[in-house]
Write a protein that binds this ligand. Structure first.
Ligand code: UT7
Length: 342
């Protein structure tokens, strides 16, 4: 790693739809209660796209906020990676749509799919491109609109998810490397535990139409994913800290994927973390999949829970199964434009 060029995060941003759906709203759709949802998940409300709001629109909003935070010229961006499982189209990629909308005319652009761990995968790729000297500035966006794939009559799943986008900007640095480690894992043998089936090309080509009544809703074995998560999160945290050459005690803030407050608390307890180290905004947004880690980081920076300089552990897990972590030093102050904080 010593021959690699160092990298740091210089910007964070997010965008959420304006419509709020509360637990009380869901009580009118399925047999549930605010009390059940709150005690089992920690979620109080979530944002859901309406009308012409799209994944691309949210991704562009988050990207623009991160660019403003960093105070960079979009023309300086070399690469855009959008992590999403719910793109508007199979192609063009969401990343290409972000590229044109933000004016990153020089940037290469592609999407990747690693479900809720997508932003961690994007960070690992960004770090590699910067470390090798290929690129200097990488924009990473996580965006998901799960509301379009939920069965709103299934209380096991429809209460959990919200729509959002979150973005990070990583840049090469002459100073100390601040992306201390990235760590990626996958286990396809658990793929069936969390899936959105039947949107791909998995039907034989024989001239006939695809089956008419395909069940295309998100499927989840909640218990199994819960068990997976409470083991995967501490494992990723320990492995990424070891890779970074630091102890868990050296981590100031734990920024986990926002899936369920009980998962977050159980993992934090296993790791010996204090409540004030835990970053959570699940209550307000639910599980926003690939967006959740940058959205949580953005909010923690905004409300000054995270104040630079701080060592942060970003830890993701989700469908695939996938999981992973990034240990980063957060030193980026918000760029001040025209004498005012942007
Ligand atoms: O990004 C990763 C995405 N997924 C996750 O992170 C999910 C991880 N899993 C979880 O968060 C939890 O397993 C859930 C929140 C999904 C479920 O909580 P649980 O404590 O594991 O509940 P359960 O599935 O064991 O269900 C307990 C009971 C069942 O009733 P019976 O069979 O005991 O009569 C469910 O039918 O709760 C019932 N139930 C509900 N009741 C009211 C399930 N969903 C609801 C609901 N409202 N929304």
């Amino acid at each position: 790693m010593s021959s690699q060029i160092g990298a740091r995060l210089i910007g964070v941003g997010a965008a959420v739809p304006s419509a709020v759906v509360t637990n009380a709203d869901l009580q009118r759709l399925v047999d549930t209660s605010d009390e059940w949802i709150t005690t089992r998940t920690g979620i109080k409300e979530r944002r859901i796209v309406r009308g012409n709001e799209t994944a691309t629109g949210l991704a562009i909003g988050a990207a623009k906020e991160a660019i403003a935070y960093a105070g960079i010229d979009p023309g300086a961006i070399d690469l855009i990676i959008v992590a999403t499982s719910t793109p508007d189209n199979l192609y063009p990629s969401t990343a290409c749509m972000v590229q044109v909308a933000v004016g990153a005319t020089r940037a290469a652009a592609f999407d990747l799919e690693a479900a809720c761990t997508g932003i961690i995968y994007a960070m690992a790729i960004g770090q590699q491109f910067i470390g090798s000297g290929t690129y200097k500035t990488v924009l990473m966006v996580g965006v998901d609109i799960h509301s379009r794939f939920l069965n709103w009559e299934d209380r096991n799943t429809c209460i959990l998810f919200g729509d959002a986008a979150g973005a990070l900007i990583m840049q090469a640095t002459d100073g100390e490397n601040e992306i201390l480690s990235t760590y990626l894992r996958a286990d396809g043998s658990g793929g069936h535990l969390l899936s959105i089936p039947n949107y791909g090309t998995a039907y034989p080509f024989s001239g006939e139409e695809p089956p008419k009544a395909m069940d295309r809703y998100l499927k989840m074995n909640g218990r199994a994913i819960y068990e997976f998560a409470v083991h995967a999160v501490p494992e990723a945290m320990r492995a990424s800290c070891a890779k970074a050459g630091i102890r868990i005690e050296d981590v100031d803030y734990f920024v986990p994927h926002q899936a369920n407050q009980r998962i977050i608390n159980a993992a934090a307890e296993r790791l010996g973390l204090r409540p004030e180290q835990i970053v959570s905004n699940l209550e307000e947004y639910g599980n926003t999949s690939a967006a959740s880690i940058p959205l949580a980081l953005r909010d923690a920076v905004r409300r000054k829970q995270i104040v630079p300089p701080a060592t942060c552990a970003l830890v993701g897990f989700g469908g695939g199964l996938t999981w992973g972590a990034a240990i980063v030093r957060w030193t980026a102050s918000e760029h001040i434009a025209n004498g005012e904080a942007g």
